[in-house]
Ligand binder design. Structure first.
Ligand SMILES: Cc1ncc(COP(=O)(O)O)c(C=O)c1O
Ligand SMILES: N[C@@H](CCOP(=O)(O)O)C(=O)O
Length: 473
């Protein structure tokens, strides 16, 4: 399978090339040159597969440059019950008889859905780097969960360093402790004076400097990396089959959204032929995506207008993966996508309503809703009382919005994107008790911190990366 950029410039190579490349040289995101589909009969053949075998079946058409046996082994080594604390890896639990289901994605090492793809990235980076005898310096941006998932997945990997940018003072106490308590020679935590979008822009700016990128082997672990999105598509298949529906019957999915990577993975599964009806995008107060699906206008929020909320991992004003969605809506026209995304970058609204593209949006299955702090507390409380299930604030955004779009007789699967232990303060406010916390995280907030604070300045960041890497040689 060949990959191309959403901005339209030629051939980016094959899976391993885009894995290490992260962002395309023209600033766009990698996309496969076509999206393979399963026939109804082929889908039936996947129904009973265990997670690692299903992951192979879904991902193999996109990864044809790693020998079959090696890819199978990497996936078996990744999706292990002892790592994800479940035989099913991603169990699906009904919420009473409500027609709502929780897709549990957060039982892995860092207690958030990011582990699902990040654990695979840890394995496949090591494999490809060893084969090429190369090294990679990952530059990432986190609003709280990508950071710890990436750092746990890359711990002790001799060929990989992680430079992780986070918005200074905006993550939960637990999230900060997860990252900053690590004192490892290949992990560098950098708190940036800004919001998540500033961190993500810094990542893109560093990637745009071709000379720096090549000289310092810069790579990516955010969902701008195609491998993240691809690995996330697998659990939509797993959840669909777990529902035990008759062949071809539809299921809906509701996804708490920020950077649009998780729900885009659902869209990929839908385009591959999985019978997903609605893809429900749940926003928090930073409701740019809600605004787009309701009005047709995509208008990003500048940093100073990104609200600090109680679902902080979704405090995102500019969703990177929305570029991939626009590319598909534009009929894979890179020139059009580039023009739209440049306008987005200038802070201009991109409005599709009243254009032929809006019909494509309407046909794509997306609908959206939003949530506030009060909604979130009420939903956590209600889900606890009614179903005996404690959920985190992001999942609560999803459960609230999911209820608004339920259809009679169609199951609605809500993605559990983090465990409540990561957001004790808000959960305590909702239900007046502390969520359970796995023993390995007991007293994590008391550990020494290892991080630095940098201004929102690309030169300062490059200098820091250069100095750290030069110290290592
Ligand atoms: C707990 C949690 N929920 C939801 C999201 C939003 O997911 P996405 O950025 O893929 O839209 C994130 C961050 O990505 C998250 O950490
Ligand atoms: N919400 C994320 C931010 C980035 O998302 P990603 O899926 O693009 O890595 C976080 O918690 O860090």
């Amino acid at each position: 399978m060949k990959y191309v950029s959403t901005r339209g410039t030629g051939d980016l190579g094959r899976f391993s090339d885009v894995l290490l490349m992260g962002l395309a040289p023209d600033g766009g995101l990698a996309m496969p040159e076509r999206i393979p589909t399963f026939t109804a009969a082929e889908l039936e053949g996947l129904r009973q597969l265990k997670y690692a075998d299903l992951a192979f079946a879904v991902m193999r058409p996109f990864i044809d440059d790693i020998p079959e046996e090696d890819l199978k082994r990497l996936l078996k080594d990744t999706y292990r019950p002892d790592v994800f604390h479940s035989q099913d890896i991603t169990p699906v639990t009904p919420l009473g008889n409500s027609g709502l289901y929780l897709l549990e994605l957060s039982n892995g090492p860092s207690l958030a859905f990011k582990d699902m793809a990040m654990q695979f990235l840890g394995q496949v980076f090591e494999y490809v780097l060893e084969h090429r005898d190369e090294r990679l310096n990952i530059l990432g941006a986190t609003s709280g969960d990508t950071g710890s998932a990436a750092e746990y997945a890359m711990l002790g990997k001799p060929r990989v360093n992680v430079f992780m940018l986070s918005p200074h003072g905006r993550m939960s106490a637990f999230q900060q402790a997860q990252m900053f308590s690590l004192n490892e020679p290949n992990i560098f935590n950098i708190a940036v004076e800004g919001v998540f979008d500033d961190c993500q822009d810094l990542v893109k700016e560093v990637n745009a400097d071709a000379e720096f990128k090549a000289r310092y082997d810069i790579g990516a672990v955010n969902s701008i990396n195609w491998a993240r999105v691809l690995a996330q598509a697998v659990y939509y298949f797993k959840a669909y089959f777990a529902l035990g529906l008759p062949a071809g019957a539809e299921a809906d999915f509701c996804v708490p959204s920020g950077n649009f990577g998780n729900v885009f993975a659902g869209y990929l599964a839908r385009k591959m032929g999985l019978p997903i009806g609605q893809l429900v995008v749940a926003s928090n107060e930073n409701d740019v995506l809600y605004e787009f699906f309701s009005t047709g206008a995509y208008h990003v929020r500048p940093g100073e207008r990104v609200a600090k909320t109680s679902s902080p991992s979704m405090d995102i004003g500019k969703a990177s993966n929305f570029e991939r969605y626009l590319y598909l809506i534009a009929g894979e026209n890179g020139e059009q996508t580039g023009a739209w995304w440049r306008a987005v970058g200038r802070g201009e609204p991109v409005s599709l309503s009243g254009t032929p593209h809006w019909d494509g949006v309407k046909a794509s299955g997306f609908v959206a809703g939003r949530s506030t702090h009060a909604d979130r507390l009420q939903t956590i409380r209600q889900t606890d009382q009614q179903f005996g299930r404690l959920i985190d604030p992001h999942t609560a955004d999803g459960v609230l919005v999911a209820q608004q779009f339920q259809r009679p007789g169609v199951p609605m699967v809500c993605l559990e994107t983090a465990l409540p232990a990561k957001f004790e303060e808000t959960v305590q406010e909702a239900v007046q008790r502390q969520p359970d916390r796995p023993e390995r995280f007991r007293d994590i907030e008391k550990a020494d911190r290892h991080s630095i604070v940098l201004p929102n300045d690309v030169q300062a960041l490059k200098t820091y990366i250069r100095e750290q890497l030069e110290k290592k040689v």
